[in-house]
Design a protein around this ligand. Structure first.
Ligand code: NAP
Length: 295
């Protein structure tokens, strides 16, 4: 089996994912907009390349893990972009959280040159990426998905297939992030209510994450929200704002109101306006405390 792969995007998620592939014996060609981030990879045997096109080999497999729609479309469709070299039968596994509309545009562009676009956004933080324990949501052409199954085995602990239309996977990812952000708001309000009545918010987090809500979001995010611990960012608050914006746009496209998403969007906008774009997205809880007159 040909264990050669291209990888674009070495942020909080992309770096540990690319390292995982190197550790599994893949020959990895890497590109990142800020080239200095490639050093960790090249020290471990990967090959840094100067432009996105060069991560691809005709008919091969590439992965992208980039910030947003603009980053993925520029890196893929721009001059010297991935698609200029991927060619017929090449597979692009796009793991970023982007809009369903961008995924559909990208799929069409790949189709036109005979390449395949597989959307595979993930759940899990950088620690999960490092351990190869991501949950992967997949949609795209059947044969292409089969071809990249072994890659998913390296990066994830399981995958969920939502059919042949890539944009469906991106909808599922947005649904998941809406649920997480809603849980964060609920925890922030509940813990602050307790605190206003003289009860230690950490004890509340401990009680409910061990009893009624014994799940990763209440346990891990709950701890950070109870302890007001939001740095360093594992998932930047600015990216949370991007995702709530995508949730609302998807809701509008589906003609549905999402009052809770409206509230969360405003919470993220407030936090960015207060200079918190670069802290972890759990930091949205700080605005809840401030509204209650706590520092
Ligand atoms: P990040 O740390 O901010 O990294 C973003 C990456 O995108 C960097 O490689 C950055 O390059 C690149 N980039 C940004 N704008 C670009 C542009 N215009 N052109 C080319 N490259 C560009 O983000 P991350 O946390 O790794 O997240 C990556 C994706 O995964 C996002 O879609 C995010 O929503 C999703 N995600 C994140 C997590 C998490 O816990 N962090 C979990 C699940 C999904 P530079 O290094 O040059 O800035």
């Amino acid at each position: 089996m040909n264990k050669t792969i291209g990888f674009a995007g070495l942020g909080n998620m992309g770096l540990p994912m690319a390292l995982k592939l190197v550790d599994d014996g893949y020959k990895v060609r890497v590109w990142n907009r800020s080239p200095e981030k490639c050093v960790v990879l090249s020290d471990r045997g990967a090959t840094p390349v100067p432009e996105p096109a060069a991560i691809a080999e005709p008919g091969g497999i590439v992965i992208s893990m980039l910030a947003d729609d603009t980053a993925v479309e520029d890196t893929t469709l721009g001059e010297n972009g991935i698609l200029s070299r991927l060619g017929a039968d090449g597979v692009h596994v796009s793991m970023s959280t982007i809009s369903p509309a961008a995924a559909a545009r990208l799929a069409e562009a790949h189709d036109m040159v005979g390449a395949c676009y597989v959307a595979a956004p993930v759940f899990g933080r950088p620690e999960a990426a490092k351990a190869g324990k991501l949950w992967i949501v997949v949609a795209g052409p059947e044969q292409a998905k089969q071809r990249v199954e072994t890659v998913f085995d390296v990066l994830g602990q399981g995958s969920f297939d939502f059919g042949e239309k890539p944009e469906k996977a991106n909808v599922v990812k947005l649904v998941g992030n809406f649920l997480i952000a809603s849980a964060m708001e609920a925890m922030a309000e509940a813990f602050t209510l307790a605190e206003k009545h003289g009860i230690d918010r950490r004890e509340i987090a401990e009680l409910f994450s061990r009893t009624l809500f014994p799940c990763p979001i209440y346990q891990n995010y709950g701890k950070a929200i109870a302890e007001n611990h939001h740095e360093p960012a594992r998932f930047k608050l600015s990216l949370g704002l991007k995702d709530l914006d995508l949730v609302l746009k998807s809701a509008a496209a589906g003609t549905m109101p999402m009052p809770l998403a409206d509230l969360l969007y405003n919470r993220f906008i407030t936090s960015v306006a207060k200079g918190r774009a670069e802290i972890d997205w759990t930091g949205l809880a700080l605005a809840v405390s401030e509204d209650a007159g706590l520092t």
